[in-house]
Each structure stands twice: as C-alpha cells, then as structure tokens.
Design a protein around this ligand. Structure first.
Ligand code: PLP
Length: 396
C-alpha cells in the first residue's frame, strides 16, 4: 500500500444532509423503550399506558419545533412516507374537485417520483422551473394555478444546493386561492425557523434522522381541519390517519431530537453558517475555476455545494474519502448513477459543471479545524485531477 492509503490524520463527516448520528441525549431517552418499557401504546394496562404517555410527550415536542398543536402531528416511518401521505391523501381525497398538482423541478425524489406515479393514475402535474439559484418564483406558481388545482407542494430548504424557497409567499398565495399547500421541510427543520401557523402551511414533512434522531421515523404536520385519507390501513392508530403499532423508542428519540433542535437552533445555526461561509470562501479563493451552486444568501446554514470545472465530482469524493473526508455528489440516492443531479440541471447548470459538483453538509460535530483540514486537502486533489483531465484548461 502506498502512503496515500495510510489512515487519514483526521475524519471529517460532511454529509449531514444524507443522515446524522443520533445524539447521546437522544439515545439515552430512547433506551428504556426497547426493553423495560416495551408496551404497545394501544394497550390499556400499565405497560401500554407508559408507552402511550411517552408517545404523546414526544408528539408535544415535535409540535413545539413546528409551532403546531400535538393533535396536528402524524407519526410516520420517515420523510418519504410523510411526503407520500401528503400527496396521495390530497390527490385521492380531492379527485372529484380537480386533478392538478403543482410542484417544483427541484423536489426530493420522495415528491417527484410520487408525482410521477400519480400522473400514471390520471393526475396532471406541473413541475415548476427554477432560476439559476434553484429558486422557485411565486409568480410562476400563480401562473400555474388552474381551476382544477388541488395541491401545491414546494419544499422549504433544498437538499442538494441549500436554497431556501419563498414558502411563506407561496403559502399565502395558496391560502388566498383555497388550494392546499404542502412543504417538504426535512432539510430545514431544526436549522431555520419553521412556524407552520405563520407560514400558511397546511401540511409539512419532517424526518428524525436528518436532525440527530433515529432513522425510520418522521412526521407529517397536518393543519387542524385538513382531512387525511390514510394510505396505510389497519388499526386506528394516529387517530385513524396512519395505521401500525407505534415505533415507541423511535418516536421518543425523534421528539427529544426536535426539542433539542428547537432549543439550540439560533446558536447552532449561526455557528454552522459561519463554518459554511469559511468553507465556501476558502474554496473559491484557493481553487480557480470553481462556482458556488445554490443561492448565495437564502441558503441553509449547513449546505455547501460547489462545481469544479474539468473534473468529475465522483473522483473528488473518492479522493476525499481517502483522506478521511465524507462528502457527496448530488443526493445520496442519485450518486452512483451517471446522470447528473436533476436539481443542478433544472438550475440550467451545464452537464460538465453538474458532473463536477460536490455537496458538503455540515453538522454538530464539525469544527473550524475540520474546515481548515478540508481547505488543506481539497485544493491539491482538484489540482491533481485536473492535471489528468482531458478537459482541463491546459488541454484546451
Ligand atoms: C432525506 C429527505 C427525505 C426523505 O426522508 P427519509 O426519512 O429518509 O425517508 C425527504 N425529503 C428531503 C428533502 C430529504 O432530504
């Protein structure tokens, strides 16, 4: 083995938009619910009551993060299921009223692929274009509205490029037109303020494992008065809106993670955005022919997405991994495929630049030293790859 393969001097995890570790405080509150307090929350005996209290306490904590009522929270198996529930429930329930859905071209696949499935069932979907920053325009939403529009679903914080969408304006437009508004807030929840009552949001998706809770649990916020047609049928769990024995330990951990995120949001987001800007500025200064993807200011505090001309993002990732740095190209679901990210393409970024993009998403464990380490190892990696590139400036 060459020295390049020696163990890295530092491990830096910069893929927090793919998933986050469970916080120790979260893990410790979950532990009792695996064994001692193992009851089924639907049972009437003391084991059941203990589990019920735990689930309802967690529901209050999730509601606290969103500024919602506990009764407006439906627990699901994660963000994907919550997105499916919002879209499918609305589509099937309001089918007699209309068959048109408006969404954006830069949504997560949990939304896009669900919309594509609904199209096969006879629904019509408008995929709104975005500007070069990945931003949806409220005017475009207004123009897309038809008499038969039943739902608008536009995400809050974009998961690949970090752009924060104008969901308050979209929400108030939807409210004015009497159309339901859903937002996928998986990436923004716990990072930027998201108070559903101030934003005219009818439904919002969040996911536990993106905010330091366990995987396999999430929630759909549903405003009081909005009916939900269950997509998983069975018992009368979650007030008949989502059947299945509650994942008690997971829900307890999710609740705690939401509570801690809300309590620490202002301070942690400031810290993250400082680190983010240090990383962005450092990269742009040290590495020529590099562009920032996503909005320069209306941006999630933990997201960095850059394109390096003349190199493949995948090659950078492999080289970063060798020196202990974890990043991603596009979304976790698309990396490994040869198609560039649908998000970057929707933003009008040319194929070559889209192929040369990497995403680094910061989190609680990251320090200034981590950022400086990346700024030390990344420039030589890009320089070396460009030396070998048939597309490099020199070769042209
Ligand atoms: C991760 C993610 C999801 C899916 O959530 P899971 O809990 O992993 O199913 C949905 N939307 C966005 C924006 C995400 O980042």
């Amino acid at each position: 083995m060459t020295s390049e393969h020696a163990s890295p001097t530092r491990l830096v995890y910069l893929d927090h938009s793919a998933t986050t570790p469970v916080r120790p405080e979260v893990l410790s509150v979950m532990m009792p619910y695996f064994a001692q307090a193992f009851g089924n929350a639907s049972s009437i005996h003391r084991w059941g009551r203990e589990a019920r209290v735990a689930v309802e306490t967690a529901r209050e904590k999730v509601a606290y993060l969103l500024g919602a009522e506990p009764s407006e929270i439906i627990f699901t198996s994660g963000g994907t299921e919550a997105d499916n529930l919002a879209l499918r429930s609305t589509a099937y329930r309001l089918r007699s009223k209309g068959n048109h859905i408006i969404t954006s071209a830069v949504e997560h696949h949990a939304i896009l692929h669900t919309c594509e499935a609904l199209e096969k069932e006879g629904f019509e979907v408008t995929y709104l274009p975005v500007d070069k920053y990945g931003m949806v325009s409220v005017e475009r939403v207004r123009e897309a509205i038809r008499p038969e529009t039943i739902l608008i679903s536009v995400m809050h914080g974009q998961n690949e490029v970090g752009t924060i969408q104008p969901i308050e304006e979209i929400g108030s437009l939807a409210r004015e037109k009497g159309i339901l508004f859903h937002t996928d807030a998986v990436q923004s929840a716990g990072k930027v303020p998201l108070k559903v009552k101030d934003m005219d949001i009818d439904m919002a998706t969040i996911s536990s494992h993106k905010l330091y809770g366990p995987k396999g649990v999430g929630a759909l916020y549903v405003r009081k008065g909005v009916r939900i047609a269950p997509q998983i049928t069975g018992g009368s769990h979650e007030r008949g809106r989502r059947a299945g024995t509650e994942n008690v330990a997971g829900i307890v951990g999710f609740g705690e993670a939401c509570y801690l995120a809300e309590r620490e949001m202002a301070e942690e987001s400031k810290r993250l955005s400082d680190l983010r800007d240090r990383l962005i500025n450092g990269i742009l200064e040290k590495i020529p022919d590099t562009v920032l993807n996503g909005h320069p200011t209306k941006r999630l505090p933990h997201n960095v997405n850059v394109s390096f001309k003349y190199v493949e993002g995948e090659s950078i990732l492999l080289n970063l991994d060798r020196v202990g740095v974890a990043a991603s190209s596009g979304s976790a679901c698309t990396s490994g495929s040869l198609e560039p990210s649908h998000v970057l393409l929707a933003m009008g970024i040319p194929h070559e630049l889209a192929h040369g993009s990497i995403r680094m998403t910061l989190g609680r464990s990251n320090t200034v030293e981590d950022i400086d380490y990346v700024l030390e190892v990344l420039p030589p990696i890009v320089a070396r790859l460009r030396e070998m590139s048939p597309f490099s400036a020199k070769a042209n």
